[in-house]
Design a protein around this ligand. Structure first.
Ligand code: ADP
Ligand code: ZN
Length: 208
């Protein structure tokens, strides 16, 4: 409860795999809060400088100005306590410490909107999302489209890199896959070479 305004806070979580529209959804909600003339602050982790230094950017290139912080504690340090709505993208980069920060913000009357991956590259629950989902007032699970078969996709398939939990996604390092097509870890056959396969399928003599 914000004792100045009397407003009650809460936590909204948007979870799902990469490419499922989490950032778009968070940006949509924050834009609406701005239209309602609420004071909004948006945070993203310093680790994630993939597309922009000071914006959250969706894969379809919708953008919103954000503040970069090194850790969950940085959110509290940079918070203007007049802020009414707090957006946090890429929650997984903040680790377990984000849980207490989100609780503190909501307890002090803020609307907290958090987006993050609910499962990691192995398909396991990804800290701190399980705890946040339990503590949230509202939960939205977004699904992507499986790039293999077109079904709804709940998995983030890592295509290259090692077995560290966090590998910041360069272009082509991850793709969305459904339950059936997902392969935990790095797939044996990284990408299917359609061009080569098509050539092999051509009748002998026709290939240039
Ligand atoms: P997230 O934050 O969950 O990674 P974004 O909001 O950044 O997702 O991006 C969602 C957008 O990504 C979609 O609106 C669509 O334009 C694009 N996109 C690219 N690949 C896919 C896919 N496999 N499934 C769904 N959307 C995709
Ligand atoms: Zn599939």
């Amino acid at each position: 409860m914000d004792f100045v305004t009397g407003h009650m806070g809460w936590i909204e979580v948007v979870c799902g795999p990469m490419f499922s529209g989490k950032s778009e959804e968070v940006i949509r909600r924050l834009r609406r809060a701005m239209i309602a003339r609420k004071r909004v602050q948006v945070f993203k982790p310093a680790l994630d400088r993939r597309y922009s230094d000071d914006e959250i950017v969706s894969h379809a290139d919708s953008r919103m100005k954000s503040e970069v912080v090194d850790s969950a504690a940085g959110i509290l340090a940079q918070l203007d306590w007049r802020t009414q709505v707090v957006g946090v993208d890429e929650a997984n980069f903040f680790g377990a410490a984000l849980v207490q920060v989100a609780q503190q913000l909501a307890d002090s009357g803020k609307q907290v909107i958090i987006a993050g991956l609910d499962t990691d590259y192995m398909g396991r629950p990804f800290t701190p999302m399980p705890d946040l989902l339990c503590l949230a007032e509202s939960i939205t699970k977004t699904l992507a489209i499986c790039v293999r078969c077109g079904n709804p996709a709940k998995h983030t398939q890592r295509l290259a890199g090692g077995d560290e939990l966090i590998v910041v996604g360069a272009l082509g390092a991850y793709e969305a896959r459904c339950r059936r097509c997902f392969e935990p870890g790095i797939p044996k056959q990284e990408t299917f070479d359609f061009v080569r396969a098509a050539r092999l399928a051509e009748p002998a003599g026709e290939a240039p």
